[in-house]
Ligand binder design. Structure first.
Ligand SMILES: NC(=O)c1ccc[n+]([C@@H]2O[C@H](COP(=O)([O-])OP(=O)(O)OC[C@H]3O[C@@H](n4cnc5c(N)ncnc54)[C@H](OP(=O)(O)O)[C@@H]3O)[C@@H](O)[C@H]2O)c1
Length: 322
């Protein structure tokens, strides 16, 4: 089958280990099934894997990809939940200490066929295209859990999203504004901030700019570069939810004094559960949200999509059609 896989890793030249070509069909363990992929989407996770972060070299070659929507052997249209819990685990899969994401232990979604546990399939709602459905399982699910589960915001609250153009950030802006939350964003580039406003953000600020008032919650994925600003932007008792650290995880200041004196809540967040993915898919359809797609291309051209992400050109999701 056609697949995009990591054959080797390089911290400085991640594209050097990417192969888009013929690959063996995935193994199908007991209790698993196969999905014929119709659309798959790219995440920063796939680039980290090519750089040698989070994917041990002894697991190569590995088909990349966490996100997919497709069709089962029975003809059901499904979205694939990428969090693979260990056998026998019940409840929230993200709390299983032995969980993995597709493409970490088992071959991923950037392929004609992906194998997944039967319990990881979510029916794709009618009215949601395969391309939009494929955007949901990683970046969108992460944003959904950050906003509605972990920040616990209500309509009328104000939420700051650091780094306006990322996959998680654009999803958070679209979800939050559809739910009546006042969404503010920061960006290093005015054009990216304006794009977030076009998506529903209430206001855009420069990276590190002082805000006109303090916010109820901050969604943090940038990490070291924006951490102090996130802490300083919160009202007393506010919540920062962190799910990534693109600029590094070692900020100049941990801001511990402000954390305790302002009684802030610092909450880590990773992906989301299968039930949250179901709720997210329903919310996207009922609210009429269309996930922002940066570019769509055939899987055979996946290298172009990876290059866009490595070069930092991506705004929204890169989608591969199969
Ligand atoms: N925990 C999870 O489950 C989970 C799930 C998905 C993603 N993640 C992680 O979350 C992070 C975000 O991923 P993503 O794909 O949404 O977006 P991304 O491409 O990693 O970029 C996010 C934003 O970070 C900002 N940024 C990057 N470097 C910066 C720097 N040096 N200084 C200031 N801002 C900087 C950029 O914003 P501007 O250019 O607008 O300033 C960019 O749009 C990644 O680290 C990813 O691994 C985690």
């Amino acid at each position: 089958m056609l697949a995009a896989s990591a054959q080797s890793q390089s911290a400085d030249d991640p594209l050097s280990g990417l192969v888009v070509g013929d690959h063996a069909d995935p193994e199908v363990p007991k209790g698993w099934t196969t999905v014929r992929v119709r659309a798959a989407a790219l995440n920063h996770h796939d680039v980290w894997s090519l750089r040698g972060v989070g994917l041990p070299a002894d697991r190569l070659p590995m088909v990349l990809g966490c996100d997919a929507a497709g069709v089962t052997d029975d003809g059901e249209e499904v979205i694939v939940h990428a969090v693979i819990a260990s056998p026998g685990w019940t409840g929230d899969e993200t709390l299983d200490p032995r969980r993995s994401l597709l493409s970490e232990v088992h071959d991923g979604t950037l392929a004609e066929v992906v194998a997944v546990p039967k319990g990881n399939l979510v029916l794709k709602p009618e009215g949601l295209s395969f391309e939009h459905a494929a955007c949901l399982p990683t970046a969108w699910l992460t944003a959904y859990r950050m906003l509605f589960t972990n920040a616990g915001v209500r309509p009328g609250d104000t939420v700051l999203v650091q780094g306006a153009a990322g996959g998680v950030a654009t999803a958070a802006v679209q979800l939050g504004s559809a739910a009546g939350v006042r969404m503010w964003v920061t960006s290093r580039e005015a054009a990216k901030g304006e794009q977030a406003v076009a998506l529903g953000a209430d206001r855009a600020f420069g990276s590190g700019e002082r805000l006109p008032e303090r916010v109820d919650a901050v969604l943090e994925t940038v990490g070291a570069a924006t951490w102090s600003h996130s802490i300083n932007s919160l009202r007393p008792g506010g919540t920062v939810v962190i799910s990534g650290a693109t600029s590094g995880d070692n900020p100049d200041k941990a801001e511990l004094t402000k954390v305790f004196f302002k009684q802030l809540r610092v909450i880590g967040s990773t992906m989301g559960s299968r039930t949250e993915l179901e709720s997210l898919a329903r919310f996207v359809v009922t609210s009429g949200i269309e996930p922002v797609v940066d570019s769509t291309m055939p899987l055979a051209d996946a290298r172009d999509g990876f290059a866009r992400m490595v070069e930092g050109q991506v705004a929204g999701k890169v989608v591969f059609t199969v």
